[in-house]
Design a protein. Structure first.
Length: 164
């Protein structure tokens, strides 16, 4: 019973983590770059940790849908400009001769819109919390979970190399 209550509390805390993440994205200009990157690097693992707790494979509906392409691109451009040289990172796939590059701005923009969609549902009424969890769960496992992991890896690399 105690573990179940702890898990439920962590899932409820996801809403505050989501709000904090969206606040940071929406207010990037209000922070010094080092401080902003540090705050982002601290909130992403909290979101990631809770996502595994809401995995319920018995649910059959899928609420994931990619939308807001123009808004995503605008946010991406704003984040890319703010991040500057800290934005891009190398990605290595199975084929080492095919070097690819990722973008922290792209990762964060995708995360923002998917997380914000869940918050918008909750804002329309607390009874929508379970729908928001389903939206987040489906999107995490189908799309934005990979962006979250890539962003965490890049932020770790920036921290190790003393760029944050």
């Amino acid at each position: 019973m105690e573990n179940k209550n702890k898990t439920l509390k962590q899932i409820r805390d996801l809403r505050s983590y989501a709000r904090r993440f969206c606040f940071l994205i929406e207010n990037i200009e209000e922070f010094e770059p080092q401080q902003w990157l540090t705050n982002i690097s601290l909130i992403l693992p909290r979101i990631h940790a809770v996502m595994g707790l809401i995995d319920d494979s018995s649910k059959k509906e899928c609420l994931f849908a990619l939308s807001d392409i123009d808004e995503r691109f605008d946010l991406f451009c704003n984040l890319k400009q703010a991040l500057g040289a800290r934005d891009s990172y190398e990605m290595y796939g199975e084929l080492s001769e095919n070097e690819m590059y990722g973008s922290l701005a792209g990762d964060l923009a995708d995360l923002y819109f998917e997380i914000k969609r869940g918050l918008d549902l909750i804002q329309h009424g607390p009874e929508n919390f379970s729908a928001a969890l389903s939206l987040w769960r489906d999107g995490f496992f189908m799309h934005w979970g990979a962006h979250l992991i890539d962003a965490e890896k890049h932020l770790y690399d920036l921290r190790v190399h003393h760029h944050i």
